[in-house]
Design a protein around this ligand. Structure first.
Ligand code: AMP
Length: 174
């Protein structure tokens, strides 16, 4: 069986100067578009945290693909952490800085029992602002962020240092 990291290394596409000059954009869509690779990354992330989470939170938009796969495979609830202004009802909001620009993430309240252990997943860990903001939303909603799983970590940007004690698992680090 080909390890998930090898699938990612083989299929990952890189685009210099997208969406802005100076950014090397890492495109994981070719990984998601390969059935064996997609299954391998879902299994890798799920198995790393097996038995340690009650729910999985995916960050819009590519994190949704991962969270859906993990939630289905693990038989657990899925939370959608969305970009600002898209969720109805009572929502929690966090502002944060991106590698390029700034953004806002939101989470609806009251979807899980208090104290639920939540695994956070996304495609790329860059500066860590996105995942750190998500961890704050999870905590403010009354849950416990028990781990972070990402497909690709851009190690030079040191994103994991912004996540405190929350364990970070990455399939490939560049
Ligand atoms: P950050 O908050 O800096 O860790 O950025 C992570 C989020 O931005 C993830 O949701 C990524 O999808 C996206 N992102 C940031 N930098 C890149 C990059 N160089 N290539 C692809 N996606 C990126």
């Amino acid at each position: 069986m080909v390890p998930a990291s090898q699938h990612v290394q083989t299929l990952l596409a890189s685009y210099p100067d997208f969406p802005l000059t100076g950014i090397l954009f890492r495109d994981l869509n070719p990984v998601f578009a390969d059935a064996l690779a997609f299954r391998a990354i879902i299994d890798d992330l799920r198995e790393r945290y097996a038995g340690q989470f009650d729910a999985v939170a995916g960050i819009e938009a590519r994190g949704f693909l991962l969270a859906a796969g993990i939630g289905y495979a693990a038989g657990c609830p899925v939370l959608a952490v969305r970009k600002g202004g898209k969720l109805p009802g009572t929502v929690l909001t966090e502002e944060y800085d991106l590698e390029y620009g700034s953004a806002r993430l939101e989470l609806e309240v009251g979807q899980l029992p208090a104290g639920s252990r939540v695994l956070i997943v996304d495609d790329v860990l860059a500066t860590g602002g996105t995942v750190a903001a998500t961890a704050r939303l999870i905590e403010r909603a009354g849950y416990l962020p028990v781990g972070v799983g990402v497909v690709l970590e851009l190690a030079d940007l040191a994103g994991r240092t912004r996540l405190g004690d929350v364990p970070v698992h990455t399939i490939l680090s560049l």
